[in-house]
Write a protein that binds this ligand. Sequence first.
Ligand code: HEC
Length: 231
Amino acid sequence: MERFRIRKAIEVLAFTLLVVVAGMNACVHAPYVLPTTQRTNDPAICFERDILPIFVSNCAKSGCHDAQSHKSGYQLDSYAGIIKKGIVPGNAAASSIWESIAITADEDEKMPQNAPPLSTAQLDLIKRWIAYGAVDGGACTSTCDTGSFTYSGVIAPMMQSYCVGCHSSSAAAGGSLADYSSVKNAAVNGRLIGNISHLPGYNPMPSASLQLSDCQVTQVKKWVAAGALNN
Ligand code: HEC
């Protein structure tokens, strides 16, 4: 009887300890995560329009995090690939991707490697996207208008969002798309439209897994047809 009581007491003690330790752990390590109910998407962000192009043109380059290389297991050319590893929805601080693009000072871990860091505006978008639950889709109602197609108002910002991460200078594979004369050259030799339309025989741009919208392709075609002006 006495033995039974001692055993029982030990069991209770062990269980209590377990609960206390687990509880402490939860307090010390569990990072703050936005409650699921608050993970509605930020109305201003659309994953495909605002977030994916940043990853594709800065991370999913050949030799880095594209389908062929997927360095360190990160393939960053689609929602599924980006969300699979390195993003904790609702918690940028616990997301290794955020750590490597925004926080670490370690040269080996800092991303993108051998390239300028992401801009403050790009980092702010990614941070807000993660904070609001890192959802696919989001506020994707298109504001694209096929009636606007000036270089400064439409084409240059489009190149900046979708292309310049890879085409930052004439030394880049495929050349530069960072200034008017380079974009015009690509337009005039016909590669620009072939590539963004993903036509057979052309390299699909910005990538095989990411396409500009029909409206955006139409804007580029109209700009080219009107003489690819610096307007
Ligand atoms: C992930 C990196 C990456 C992104 C993003 C990207 N490109 Fe490219 N692009 C390349 C590479 C690499 C080449 C060279 C391909 C080759 O020679 O096989 C290239 C080549 C080109 C060429 C030269 C012709 C050719 O087919 O070789 C054009 C024009 C072009 N890209 C347009 C674009 C446009 C427009 C965008 C944005 C809508 C874009 N690219 C986004 C990597 C990229």
